[in-house]
Design a protein around this ligand. Sequence first.
Ligand SMILES: C[S@@+](CC[C@H](N)C(=O)[O-])C[C@H]1O[C@@H](n2cnc3c(N)ncnc32)[C@H](O)[C@@H]1O
Length: 284
Amino acid sequence: MRKARVVSGQANPLRRFHADGVAKAAFVRAGFFAIAKQYDRLTRVFSFGLDGRWRRSVIELCGLHPGDRLLDIATGTGELALAAGRRVAPAGLVAGLDFCQPMLEEGRRKGQDQRGSHLAWVLGKAEELPFHQETFDCVTMGFALRHVLDVRATLREMARVIRPGGRVVVLEFTRPERRSLKALYYLYLFGLLPGLVWLASRDRQIYTLTRYFPRTIRHFLPRERLAAAFAGAGFGGVEIRPLAGGVVSVIAARKRVRVRAFRRETDRRGRGLGPREGAPGLLA
Ligand SMILES: C[S@@+](CC[C@H](N)C(=O)[O-])C[C@H]1O[C@@H](n2cnc3c(N)ncnc32)[C@H](O)[C@@H]1O
């Protein structure tokens, strides 16, 4: 029998959780479905309370101005989308896209208190974005690139919907380079965290996920291959900034500008946010 393969080209090291790509999407969606209400709290625990600071770095690197349009892919409960919404208000627009409706609903609920921001919550897949090309000035993604089915298809889609010269900023868990820190970090991720989560929740699905997440970090693309994947998708000036000793990294790049693109740029502001044919609708 042929072994299932992952995007990195290795045999699937996570087959204990999902056998192939289709099973991975279903597993990931069901997992976030189950933890949608606890997600923000779990992320705080998972990140030692540093996630807010890491997200602020992402928003700074986006270099947003009032009036800009931003897409936050795999937005989850919308933390990045909401922060971006405050920066681009009142004329700008932020779309948060996710394939898990309960996560999106959490984002929408939080967004109701944020007057003055134009926020749209869109049900859809990262690998097939339901937007016209060159719709956005900036695209972000937080802690989700290692969860998508196809990293390269996702990066190509990001490049398609960003205007030439526009920015992509991705936040992702990575592996620390210092061996001593990596050992401590793995001890926390694989040893301490699942036990603590089990004691706090007594929930088998949440426990399974806290055993799954560390493995997705251990088996995700290393930084240099990530940089190459961004370059291959059409991004230039790829910069990877490790934070907290490399526990997470922020990857920032710009969509390459081609000469023909300058003309299209001039009427960019006149375009609508219309979904492509056959695309799922806006939630709000
Ligand atoms: C760890 S959460 C991150 C949420 C948010 N970006 C943040 O910074 O907290 C991962 C999110 O990615 C979404 N997701 C995973 N794969 C996806 C895909 N292929 N298309 C759309 N959303 C996806 C999940 O539903 C989940 O909400």
